[in-house]
Ligand binder design. Sequence first.
Ligand code: GLP
Length: 245
Amino acid sequence: MNIIITDTALDMSKKAAEMIVDEVNHYPTLLLALSTGATPIGCYEEIVKMYQDGKVDFSQARCLNMDEYIGLNNNHPQGYYYFMNHHLYQHLNFKQENLFGPCTTSDNHIKSAKEFDQRIEDEGGIDLILLGIGRDGHIAFNMPEDELCLDTHVQQLSKATIQDNARFFDSVDEVPAQAMTIGIQNLFRSKKVIMIANGESKSEIIKKIMEGNTIDTHVPVSLLKLHPHFTLIMDKEAAKLLDKI
Ligand code: GLP
């Protein structure tokens, strides 16, 4: 595990953006998997700036969304595809056919989940994932449970996560109770994983990951400690409970 602690959230965003852009420049056809949430927005702004400055070209790159709320289509303003399009895709030169995510609007979620996994396989697997982290340690929407699902699946969201994500909706009642998420297997098969975390609200889960000497399906992010190319970038606030930094 490679740990980078930055002074500010902006530095965290810049560092992650630089790493992603470097990777695209080295492997122009790579398959990226990018996250939603408040944490990566600054990183996406930095990527857009670098693109506008001519430092990177996404015309051959591919990118997927790792999760989506059940029932929200690509045009739904609270949907994750919409989020990615709003903050990133529309500002860059990805080809539309190279952007995809799980479809959650069909009446057969099992089939849609399989199709999503098949597409990832057909594309040759993920090269680089950018993850955020839920306060309870969930990654994408793999929630703390006794068992974690390997493949893409429909996940019941916890009350706490629904509450946390209500800030993106008009009211908590509008937050879908379920989402389709990429499974643990594809997260692990990614050649590289970058995780970003900022702010005091992430400090407890960061302490749990960094200072625990176990992996635990009730803290899904802890499994990433086993990934051979896992980089955690966090700001000082997120690192504030660590004994040694
Ligand atoms: C959601 C997403 C995760 C994200 C998490 C944290 O649950 N499915 O991918 O990491 O929120 O979001 P934030 O960055 O807003 O704290």
